[in-house]
Write a protein that binds this ligand. Structure first.
Ligand code: HMG
Length: 390
């Protein structure tokens, strides 16, 4: 029985800042961002958007299409949690009016947790083939203003329905994974911005890729020539390109610029204008690939590499299913990405410095442009969400 991703839907903020604006404010050549790290824009969430509203908005098209019936497992992957105790997925479960017969939990391991969620969901479906699982990765990437990481912020959520006989991508059973206790990127509970040893993190990302690939190759017998495309975790698009080049070099596979572009570019398109969305980033890449590839990818095997600092990495793969295009939300994604509002530097900094009140009083938040759901206020330390749809 094939098991894998049956539907995939994304949401990001309706606001973005252009990295040329950041470059000007920091007196940096904008080519450093546009060419050096391969990023053009970053999604910035307004005060009434958080990981819950991003996630619920990402999954909303699935609800509209009646796909959430029979979902008995909701896994919410994030490193931007809003509560130490209650799973953010429970708010999403409520907003999407899902069945109460559903296990809902939040998963954390930096950017890796959605992949853990996907693999757990596959195990659940293997045991309950008539049931479905919903995996949502939702994150807001934040680094200090003026820090080297600043240009690699972003935000977004990706919702994936996991079923038997999936209509998009059947996930292969072989997988290579690797854990090592390192401090390349972390965010202590008392901070709202991540700390990172930037250059070191890029080296650990690649080391983990090589270790994960070695296991995957040994278990599957496949070589790098067996893949139609690759989808990497994308903290910034240049990272994915460099990682693939290094992997090829390590295993003595020649790769020129054109081949690299053909294998990776479609998966990088959304990330280049959305930025890092941590747990969702690999799947933002997969959505970008499926939505924007001109070639029909049916029957092609996709290599996926998920990396979460700290660190855990996994190399796995999946085969694109015949007729997959009919089940994408490509038009909705294009409309969302084409209609975002650009922020000035001052607007970006004001939003960045905005902090959710913590004094237990009552607050109603001004309404910005969001998806179908918004974080409308806070009262006695309880978050309040509003649905903007009937
Ligand atoms: P930096 O050190 O300021 O940048 O920040 P740099 O000086 O290394 O420059 C970047 C590139 O731009 C270089 O290219 C420059 O040569 C080039 P490279 O040498 O690497 O090929 N450059 C230019 N190119 C054209 N025209 C110019 C120009 N100037 C310079 N004028 C750094 C880079 C990655 C350190 C920073 O962005 C950072 O700290 N980012 C955050 C950490 C990160 O994203 N790490 C990635 C791996 S870890 C990961 O992916 C996990 C993560 O997603 C978190 C999680 O798991 O939860 C982050």
């Amino acid at each position: 029985m094939n098991i894998g991703i049956d539907r995939i839907s994304l949401h990001t903020s309706n606001y973005f800042v252009d990295l040329r604006t950041i470059a000007e404010a920091r007196s940096v050549d904008s080519d450093k961002y546009y060419l050096g790290i391969g990023q053009e824009k970053m999604g910035i969430p307004p005060p009434d958007e958080d990981v819950v509203t991003l996630a619920a908005s990402a999954a909303y098209p699935l609800m509209q299409d009646g796909e959430l019936e029979n979902v008995e497992l909701l896994l919410f992957a994030t490193e931007s949690g809003i509560d130490y105790s209650k799973a953010a997925g429970i708010y999403v479960h409520g907003l999407l009016e899902m069945n109460s017969r559903c296990r809902t939990v939040e998963l954390k391991q930096a950017c890796y947790s959605a992949t853990a969620g996907l693999q757990l969901a596959i195990g659940f479906v293997a045991r309950n083939p008539s049931k479905k699982a919903l995996v949502i990765a939702s994150d807001i990437a934040r680094y200090e203003l003026g820090s080297p990481g600043e240009a690699t912020q972003g935000c977004g959520a990706v919702a994936m329905l996991v079923t038997a006989d999936p209509r998009l991508v059947a996930i292969d059973s072989e997988s290579g994974f690797y854990t090592e206790d390192v401090m390349d990127f972390w965010r202590p509970n008392y901070r709202s911005e991540a700390l990172v040893d930037g250059k070191y993190s890029t080296m650990v990302y690649i080391h983990t890729l090589i270790e994960s690939w070695k296991q995957y190759a040994e278990l599957s017998g496949r070589t790098l020539a067996d893949f139609g495309r690759f989808c990497y975790h994308i903290p910034f698009t240049k990272m994915a390109e460099k990682a693939h080049q290094k992997l090829c070099r390590k295993f003595k596979v020649d790769i020129d610029k054109d081949t690299l572009t053909a294998l990776l570019d479609e998966s990088l398109r959304y990330s280049r204008i959305v930025g890092n969305c941590y747990a969702g980033s690999t799947y933002l890449g997969l959505t970008s690939l499926l939505d924007t590839a001109e070639e029909d990818l049916a029957g092609k095997r996709i290599g996926l590499y998920s990396y979460g600092s700290g660190c855990v990495g996994e190399f796995f793969s999946g085969v694109v299913q015949p007729g997959y295009r009919e089940f994408l939300y490509a038009d909705q994604h294009r409309i969302l990405l084409e209609n975002r509002t650009e922020l000035t530097y001052q607007q970006y900094e004001d939003i960045f410095n905005y902090a959710v009140p913590t004094d237990g009083e009552e607050y109603v938040f001004p309404q910005y442009k969001t998806g179908p759901f918004r974080f409308s206020g806070i009262s006695r330390h309880k978050r309040e969400y509003e649905s903007l749809v009937d």
